[in-house]
Design a binder for this molecule. Structure first.
Ligand SMILES: *Cc1c(COP(=O)(O)O)cnc(C)c1O
Length: 391
């Protein structure tokens, strides 16, 4: 895979060598059980504490507010099911949005089957939630609001501070799925005023299968896994020590000079957006132009099927993603693209490229050249395209 150009960092990222390096000793040398009292165990416990400290620092939280989990989906499930269970006598209404990750959406649907009412807020054509809509959706029965920090498909960054303030005014708990935002944009949980926040390791160059949940001090959250006393007995089970150490290192690296890196990546993102718009007709940028994750590029190409695009890109050594049918295992195009108002046929021709700090202009140019050729070729095979051209 030497010549692979990887532009699917929103799906997962490579573990950084520096991250792997600090993890390895916890497999073969410092392999003790963190609950054991001898030195080997205590060394592992100290490593977990140090990682917790690093995650807390990256979010401006306290280390006792950080709980390690098995990833973003687990953190999301923990919050929704846990809060629903704990407050079911107080109210049965939850508010979220139509563009959440399936870890939130499918959990909300599960809760609906168990007697909860869920409001799925609409978004505008850029994918933004209107704070007035949130305000209007709140009822006396609302127990939880969960709105994603940044969207994984179109990269739109929501006005989380403002939304969290509305929740606070109504004394309702506010959670944000920040899996795509952590390590890409600066986050300060205290300044934002969020009560709970989910993050995942493998989106920020740590391994898969490890994540964390920030839970503001004073908030009660039920135990997710019963058993031993790990994670204050909230998530029992011997800790994934190496994974946790990796997450600590990865979040530390990601948040170092985060503003500078975000600026640099955004410049390359905008260069790609500008050139794709210049070189290809009948394209539409999905998501907000300004309130956008630094590494996210998402276009719809009319008269094109996303699968065909991905296949030809793969042949050209480019890994990317599409919001269309087959890739998601269902016949419907992405719920996110439909929610921002794209008609089915246009949503089917969408492409997501997600770059990172290592992406070069040379790679960007190659991807643009290939894309121009592939779009041309695919459109040439489309009778609809020829009809349109002849008009
Ligand atoms: C990837 C992702 C998740 C799921 O995280 P996992 O660690 O893969 O379970 C949840 N939410 C968003 C926004 C994501 O991008």
């Amino acid at each position: 895979m030497e010549n692979l150009i990887y532009m699917d960092n929103a799906a997962t990222t490579a573990v950084k060598p520096e991250v792997l390096e600090v993890m390895l000793p916890y497999y073969t040398q410092a392999y003790g059980n963190p609950s054991s009292i001898y030195t080997l165990g205590q060394n592992a416990k100290e490593a977990i504490d140090a990682a917790r400290e690093k995650v807390a620092k990256a979010l401006n939280a306290k280390s006792e507010e950080i709980f390690f989990s098995g990833g973003g989906s687990e953190s999301d499930n923990w919050v929704l099911k846990g809060i629903a269970d704990l407050y079911r006598d107080k109210g049965n209404h939850i508010i979220t949005t139509k563009i959440e990750h399936h870890a939130i959406l499918h959990t909300a649907q599960y809760l609906e089957k168990h007697g909860f009412k869920v409001t799925y807020l609409d978004v505008d054509k850029d994918g933004l939630v209107d704070p007035k809509d949130l305000e209007a959706a709140i009822t006396d029965d609302t127990i939880l609001i969960s709105i994603m920090f940044a969207n994984n498909e179109i990269g739109t960054i929501e006005p989380i501070g403002e939304l969290a303030r509305i929740a606070k005014e109504h004394k309702i708990l506010f959670h944000t799925d920040a899996v795509q935002a952590v390590g890409n944009v600066p986050i300060d949980v205290k300044e934002l005023g969020v009560d709970m926040l989910s993050l995942s390791g493998h989106k920020i160059h740590a391994p898969k299968g490890v994540g964390a949940l920030y839970v503001r001090k004073g908030i009660r959250l039920p135990n997710l896994i019963h058993g031993g006393a790990q994670e204050k007995a909230k998530r029992a089970g011997t800790e994934n020590v190496a994974g946790i150490v990796g997450l600590g290192k990865a979040i530390e690296l990601a948040t170092e000079n985060i503003e500078q890196k975000a600026k640099k990546i955004s410049e390359l993102r905008d260069y790609m957006i500008e050139n794709i718009e210049k070189r290809i007709d009948f394209v539409k940028l999905n998501g907000s132009r300004t309130k956008r994750l630094p590494g996210n590029i998402n276009f719809s190409f009319e008269f094109i099927e996303g699968e065909g695009l991905l296949l030809f890109l793969d042949l050209a050594g480019i890994a990317a993603s599409s919001g269309s049918a087959c890739t998601s295992g269902s016949l419907d195009p992405s719920h996110v693209l439909l929610s921002i108002g794209l008609p089915h046929e246009i949503a089917h021709g969408s492409l997501r490229l997600t770059i990172n700090e290592d992406t070069t202009y040379e790679e960007a140019d190659y991807v643009i050249e290939e894309l121009v050729k592939i779009v041309d070729r695919l459109r040439d095979m489309s009778p609809l395209w020829h009809e349109r051209k002849n008009k």
